[in-house]
Design a protein around this ligand. Structure first.
Ligand SMILES: C[S@@+](CC[C@H](N)C(=O)[O-])C[C@H]1O[C@@H](n2cnc3c(N)ncnc32)[C@H](O)[C@@H]1O
Length: 360
């Protein structure tokens, strides 16, 4: 651990709060470390994703991920009856790369869809909004920004948003709080009654459900479906896993795998319906199988017409990374929730190879 980091303004202000108010929940700790308005890992703009950064995501692998999702969004647009104002709402857009990949591909390969497409980014942090503006300046008023989703018809999309949301650490009726031993952050355990682990994620789905008039929510993330899953905090910096969330506070990413079941139950309580759930490997394979390949179009079931997959060696490498079970293919799951849509016959392309979803 770098001793310098122990004296950052963020760490000092966290110590002050704990000294004044006593041990705080891990959700508070994550909120400060990642989203403190000035000094948080994300809110300060310090977060770097990709080869030269702290970790990879699907988006940082290359444009293919956004291109495949654009094809899926265009199928959804068709299922909505090719409406005139189709909105993609993205949350957790980082520097706007995914939005750029989707918009570029739609402009080039899906012109009818592009005509009616609006992209709305929900970004609470000014520095990230600025970077998104830079990345997306070529798309003019097609892209808009907001602090919360306004009513829309279309798709809400997120990649690795849920696992970055603050959570409490509770198991067997006991909660781990963050306290201090001298200047060192330490866990302190106490019994608890209220066992809501992921209030932020539940609030998130409430807000989307209240604003989605018709369409889908597609969330890609690192979660579990097993009731007894092991909750583990992951701390990542410079492509290494750090031992403790108390190392490099505000300089490292902190994520927590979560149980999809709690999201699904809350979504259902908000009258959203599960339209599909599968791992990323099957999801992307489903989309590809409907697209036609490599410039030599196959006859598809008609959803995209004859849309060739990009065929360069680079695109092939990207595809392998996204699909391979030992790379990203099995790491991530994809959940689709539907509102005011008829049950899917056939399934959305991405869920063509999915099994019946089960949430433990
Ligand atoms: C792990 S990063 C993923 C970035 C990007 N989606 C990707 O796949 O490369 C998580 C992102 O979610 C953002 N985020 C967290 N909570 C958010 C919220 N409530 N609204 C919007 N963005 C949020 C963070 O600022 C961060 O940019």
């Amino acid at each position: 651990m770098d001793l310098f980091q122990l004296k950052t303004p963020l760490v000092e202000s966290m110590r002050q709060t704990i000294r004044a108010r006593g041990p705080q929940s891990f959700a508070w700790f994550m909120q400060q470390a990642l989203y403190h308005p000035e000094h948080g890992y994300y809110s300060s703009g310090r977060c770097a994703i990709g080869r030269k950064g702290d970790y990879f995501t699907n988006v940082s692998v290359g444009p293919l991920f956004g291109q495949l999702l654009a094809a899926q969004f265009s199928e959804i647009w068709k299922r909505l009856g090719k409406i005139n104002d189709f909105v993609i709402v993205e949350q957790g857009a980082h520097h706007g790369q995914f939005a750029q990949d989707v918009l570029k591909f739609a402009q080039k390969r899906l012109p009818q869809f592009f005509e009616v497409l609006h992209y709305r980014i929900i970004e609470p942090f000014p520095i990230l909004q600025e970077r998104q503006h830079q990345t997306l300046k070529g798309f003019g008023d097609r892209v808009e920004w907001g602090e919360s989703p306004e009513p829309f018809a279309g798709v809400h999309f997120s990649n690795e948003l849920l696992d970055a949301m603050p959570v409490r650490l509770i198991s067997n009726g006991r909660e781990k709080f963050v306290g201090l031993n001298g200047d060192n952050f330490v866990f302190v355990e106490r019994p608890v009654d209220n066992a809501i682990l992921n209030q932020s994620a539940l609030d998130w789905i409430d807000e989307i459900a209240a604003n989605l008039q018709r369409g889908y929510v597609i969330a890609i993330d690192y979660g579990c479906t097993d009731e007894d899953f092991q909750r583990s905090v992951q701390v990542r910096a410079g492509h290494r896993n750090l031992h403790s969330p108390f190392d490099a506070i505000g300089e490292a990413d902190i994520t927590m795998s979560f149980n999809w079941k709690s999201i699904v139950e809350r979504a259902q309580a908000n009258r959203l319906r599960v339209a599909g759930f599968t791992d990323q490997h099957h999801f992307l394979t489903g989309i590809i199988s409907e697209m036609g390949r490599g410039g030599s179009p196959e006859t598809t079931s008609g959803n995209y017409g004859q849309l060739p997959l990009p065929d360069s060696p680079k695109a092939k490498r990207e595809l392998r990374t996204l699909l391979h079970p030992e790379m990203l293919g099995r790491t991530f799951q994809v959940l689709a929730l539907a509102k005011n849509m008829r049950p899917e016959v056939p399934q959305l392309a991405g869920f063509k190879f999915a099994r019946e979803p089960r949430f433990g």
